[in-house]
Design a protein around this ligand. Structure first.
Ligand code: ASP
Ligand code: MG
Length: 426
């Protein structure tokens, strides 16, 4: 059996839904499970809605009406005058509206409220795609991923209970997949108590991997708006090259360092069961794309990953002690507590530096706990460049017009923290 995953960009409007439906229809009408994200920018819009609701802002309803109108527009275009096939989408609208009518419960954590609301993006998109497939005469079956993906109660970053999840998935789907295409949501799950959880932003790829792992799929395809895995993000680089074959190891490293093409958690479960992962273009579905799997040959060309808006923080112990286990464990403890991911770290005898994504609120709270013992210096507005399979020439190429602050090399990877000098620096 196969797993397909379609991201938000692929279903951002009626044209997109028709295209996705066409790709699904090309396949056999069974042994296919399709994981779909929320349409276009819906998740961002639902986040805004959640914060407005929690702060009881007067414009809460305006945020919601915009989201609802976007979905209704897609339905109108797909329905050809008769929207009856889409009635379950309207049921979901009613659920959201009844939730928004209630006062926010002061005893429920904001992250929990977030998950209850933001999960509607995926519920809506999958209901729409499924209704459209049925309208086309394809016998697809909509499944609620919250019944199958069991997580703990870390809202907004639910940790998957693999054993329970695999049991639910195989029990409910193994049989069903013999007769139908199954349509389900990425990104969402639920706790033992039945509260909806989400798996972290961009988590739909991970959902696809969970289903594939539990069902021992023969392969997974992530359908994207790029032709495959490229050696750099075209946003930052003019000449990009598509990589035809990638080892799991290289794919994990690239994703871990911030290549946004695949969610970093996706690959390990697939690697464990030797399930190949295809990355293909939903715009050119006939093209081959990239395959990630067990290959001998490592990455054939250098790959570049750019992370913008980085902050470099350096800690210097005030008591003149060296950087060692004890003060490192204090520093790491704070990072873990505030959930701030370290993108790069480096130490000398008397200082310890990290590069992190710039999230001022969180960082301020994190650093408050360390200020007494450490002198802390702070450098904002930087870039972190990672090159996998680097050489001197590739390093020179990315350093043009940049000031280098930190360089860290391992056998296959170099990471550079730089400041862009802009055109004035020339
Ligand atoms: N819709 C979710 C997000 O935008 C999950 C995903 O797209 O993978 O983060
Ligand atoms: Mg998305």
């Amino acid at each position: 059996m196969q797993v397909f995953k379609f991201g938000g960009a692929s279903v951002k409007n009626a044209h997109g839904v028709r295209n996705v439906a066409g790709i699904i229809q090309q396949q056999n009408s069974s042994q296919l499970l399709v994981v779909i994200s929320a349409m276009g920018e819906t998740t961002n819009a639902l986040e805004q809605l959640t914060w407005a609701y929690l702060r009881r802002q007067a414009d809460t309803d305006t945020f919601w009406q915009r989201i609802r109108a976007n979905h209704e527009q897609v339905i109108q275009e797909l329905a050809d005058g008769d929207t009856s096939a889409f009635s379950q989408v309207y049921d979901l609208f009613a659920e959201v509206e009844s939730l928004l009518q209630r006062e926010p419960d002061p005893y429920t954590r904001p992250d929990q409220v977030y998950d209850q609301l933001v999960s509607y993006g995926e519920l809506l998109s999958t209901r729409i795609v499924n209704a459209y497939l049925n309208q086309m005469g394809l016998d697809s079956y909509w499944v609620d991923a919250r019944r199958l993906i069991r997580t703990d109660d870390s809202f907004r970053e639910g940790k998957v209970d693999w054993k329970q999840t695999c049991e639910y998935i195989t029990d409910s789907l193994a049989e069903l997949l013999n007769s139908s295409v199954v349509i389900t949501q990425g990104f969402i799950g639920s706790t033992r108590e039945g509260y909806t959880t989400t798996l972290g932003r961009d988590g739909s790829d991970y959902t696809a991997a969970i289903f594939a792992y539990c069902l021992e799929a023969s392969n997974v395809t992530i359908w994207k708006d790029v032709p495959g895995v490229l050696n750099a993000d075209p946003k930052w680089f003019d000449e990009t090259v598509k990589i035809d074959q990638l080892t799991y190891q290289d794919a994990i490293e690239l994703a871990y360092y911030g290549a946004t093409v695949i969610h970093p958690k996706t690959i390990k479960p697939l690697q464990n069961k030797h399930i190949p992962l295809y990355v293909r273009s939903f715009l050119q579905p006939q093209d081959y794309g990239t395959v990630i799997g067990n290959f001998e040959q490592r990455l054939p060309i250098s790959s570049f990953i750019f992370k913008m808006n980085q902050t470099l923080i350096s800690f210097h112990p005030k008591d003149f002690s060296f950087i060692a286990e004890e003060n490192l464990s204090k520093i790491f403890g704070q990072f873990a507590e505030y959930g701030v991911k370290i993108n790069l770290m480096q130490n000398t005898a008397i200082s310890f530096s990290v590069a992190v994504d710039n999230r001022p609120d969180r960082l301020a709270r994190l650093l408050a706990g360390l200020q007494e013992e450490f002198r802390i210096s702070y450098n904002e507005g930087l870039e972190l460049i990672t090159i996998r399979h680097y050489d001197d020439r590739t390093i020179e190429r990315v350093l043009v017009n940049k000031k280098l602050l930190v360089e860290q090399k391992s056998r296959y990877t170099v990471q550079l923290v730089v400041k862009d000098l802009g055109t004035h620096g020339l």
